[in-house]
Design a protein around this ligand. Structure first.
Ligand code: HEC
Ligand code: HEC
Length: 261
């Protein structure tokens, strides 16, 4: 009796192990023919090019021709990203069916050899960032700097080099509304300014330079001026061409090393 039990237990454990192993085997892409790849490229142009560029070399979203990904090492993980987006990031869910997502994966796998490093010296760029270029008075990298602007710890993964250059030279281009600010004066004569968090019919909420949340009823206000330009100054003509390259090389190198993710 106990021997039979043992045999059953062993058989059960063996099949459980097999099951575990098979679930670890990653899904193979069922759509890899030349037609699938061409379809994948078409879907990419429709759903992805707006952020990743028509040639997949990046825009607001990262360059996808680097051959390595922050969020994926195999086809199964790439499929999950393409099909469902990446939660907690700006990468949205766009593709509506599994076959379409697999075809895009097949297309992405044909890209490679891109992602050359930009010219410039990242070490010198870092000195400028935390020194004379004053970037760190607004930006944080790996916990160092200030929170007035976005945290740039992972920016090298998130944006293309062209987009970084544009962010520095033309901060107002493609400004996300979450960076809008406002200036207001109350009926008592107090003036304040800060990031505009909410603005509806009845109330306004601002975040001031010290990180305080300020709320006002519209009836309390003498004047209210929303500002839809960036609080970041343009560095066109402020940084030399070399220093601009150095700062961009530094930003492009920021991949969150040494930071818990
Ligand atoms: C609204 C802009 C936007 C659209 C549209 C978009 N992406 Fe993205 N994507 C991003 C951003 C931004 C990231 C970086 C996310 C992060 O790491 O913070 C990203 C990340 C990715 C990644 C992961 C890169 C890595 O290094 O791990 C892949 C792969 C990807 N996108 C593919 C696609 C595909 C394929 C489509 C079309 C189906 C698409 N994206 C549509 C903005 C976009
Ligand atoms: C006065 C504050 C301030 C200074 C100084 C400043 N920035 Fe910014 N920066 C911002 C704000 C606010 C934003 C968000 C709005 C926008 O995109 O313009 C931003 C956006 C950016 C972005 C785009 C981030 C993204 O997620 O796409 C980059 C890159 C950047 N800054 C780099 C720099 C560099 C490099 C310097 C120094 C040469 C610098 N900034 C100096 C406030 C500042």
């Amino acid at each position: 009796m106990s021997r039979i039990c043992t045999i059953w237990t062993v058989a059960f454990l063996a099949s459980a192990t097999l099951l575990l192993q098979s679930s670890e085997i990653e899904a193979q892409n069922p759509f890899t023919s030349a037609t699938d790849i061409a379809d994948g490229e078409r879907i990419f142009q429709l759903d992805c090019a707006i952020c990743h560029g028509g040639d997949a070399r990046g825009g607001m979203g990262p360059d996808l021709t680097r051959g390595t990904y922050r969020h994926a090492t195999n086809d199964e993980q790439l499929f999950q990203i393409v099909r469902y987006g990446i939660e907690g990031t700006e990468m949205p869910r766009r593709v509506r069916t599994d076959p379409r997502a697999w075809k895009v994966v097949a297309y992405l796998r044909t890209l490679g050899g891109g992602g050359e490093l930009p010219p410039g010296d990242p070490e010198r760029g870092r000195e400028l960032f935390f020194g004379s270029a004053t970037c760190s008075t607004c930006h944080m990298v790996a916990g160092e700097g200030s929170r007035q602007g976005p945290d740039l710890t992972l920016i090298g993964w998130q944006r293309s080099v062209d987009f970084l250059r544009q962010s520095i030279l033309e901060p107002d281009a493609e400004l996300d509304p979450r960076w809008w600010s406002a200036q207001l004066t109350t009926r008592q004569g107090t003036s304040v300014s800060g990031y505009l968090l909410d603005d509806d019919l009845h109330a306004v909420r601002l975040l001031d330079g010290s990180g305080n949340l300020l709320a006002f009823r519209k009836t309390e206000l003498e004047s209210f001026q929303p500002i839809k330009t960036s609080r970041m100054p343009s560095f066109a003509g402020v940084l030399s061409d070399d220093d601009l390259d150095n700062v961009i090389a530094y930003l492009a190198s920021l991949r969150g090393e040494g930071v818990e993710q």
